[in-house]
Design a protein around this ligand. Structure first.
Ligand SMILES: *[C@@H]1O[C@H](CO)[C@@H](O)[C@H](O)[C@H]1NC(C)=O
Ligand SMILES: *[C@@H]1O[C@H](CO)[C@@H](O)[C@H](O)[C@H]1NC(C)=O
Ligand SMILES: *[C@@H]1O[C@H](CO)[C@@H](O)[C@H](O)[C@H]1NC(C)=O
Ligand SMILES: *[C@@H]1O[C@H](CO)[C@@H](O)[C@H](O)[C@H]1NC(C)=O
Length: 223
């Protein structure tokens, strides 16, 4: 196949670029026709998994991963917005790969000021091109997620949150409540957080497996 401008530039890279654009365009424009096929995706859901990866003197650090398990429905720009309500007086000391939209009232903290003191934080993804020192794996996609049926690798979004004024054992930690997941369109209804078997992570060479200290899942369905 020869494109009009590949002869102008004579560049293989350009025609490869064009092929990628073509694929993107095809996936974009076949989407509208399949979006309505909900009946074939009855168990479609978005699962939000929290893995506690370390305890801290006043709380914990968790990696939060959003999996779009829906076959066809993607999350389009401007992307997902995740909210919850803390069970106690927890604060967010810091985040990697995402941020809260508001800091809230942190006036009782002196010196180190938390990233967010709101009882009901609202979290959004960072944009592509975020400095590397603020990224974690699978972050920073501007909240855009493909669907599991189309591209599992692009259907996952992660961020890391460091929680303070929180329980720091698996007996004292109180799960966040009232999860909300918003996306362009009607949005999603989320169930309660449920403690599940801790996630096992294997190193890339598969020679060592580590596991989360505590894991909980939240399932959200389109509504
Ligand atoms: C969510 O979707 C995944 C993948 O289809 C499925 O394995 C899981 O059971 C679903 N979860 C719920 C609670 O329906
Ligand atoms: C908490 O941790 C202990 C030991 O580390 C374990 O036996 C127990 O099952 C854990 N409980 C929960 C709710 O994860
Ligand atoms: C959280 O949800 C419960 C019902 O599930 C409701 O009674 C409560 O008012 C909600 N709390 C907040 C702060 O939204
Ligand atoms: C929790 O979510 C993860 C990621 O989607 C999944 O692998 C795991 O099976 C879920 N656990 C339960 C009990 O649903």
């Amino acid at each position: 196949m020869k494109y009009p401008w590949s002869s102008i530039t004579g560049s293989v890279a350009h025609s490869r670029g064009f092929a990628i654009l073509l694929v993107l365009w095809l996936s974009c424009c076949t989407f509208t026709s399949t979006e309505a096929y909900d009946a074939v995706d009855p168990s479609g859901n978005i699962t939000i998994k929290w893995d506690v990866i370390s305890w801290t003197p006043d709380g914990y650090v968790a990696v939060v991963t959003i999996y779009n398990f829906q076959q066809y429905r993607r999350i389009q720009a401007p992307g997902w917005t995740l909210g919850w309500v803390w069970a106690k007086k927890e604060v967010i000391w810091s985040m990697m790969g995402s941020q809260t939209t508001e800091q809230g009232d942190c006036s009782k903290y002196k010196g180190n000021v938390p990233h967010c003191c709101k009882k009901d934080p609202t979290v959004v993804d960072l944009l592509p091109g975020t400095p590397y020192n603020q990224q974690i794996a699978n972050c920073c996609k501007g909240g855009i997620l493909n669907s599991w049926g189309r591209d599992p690798a692009a259907a996952v979004s992660s961020f890391q949150v460091s929680v303070g004024a929180a329980g720091n054992t698996n007996k004292t930690l109180k799960l966040p409540r009232n999860f909300t997941l918003k996306a362009p369109g009607p949005g999603y209804t989320c169930g309660p957080a449920k403690i599940v078997r801790p996630t096992k992570f294997s190193t890339s060479d598969k020679r060592r497996t580590t596991q989360a200290l505590m894991t909980w899942n939240v399932t959200c369905t389109y509504s």
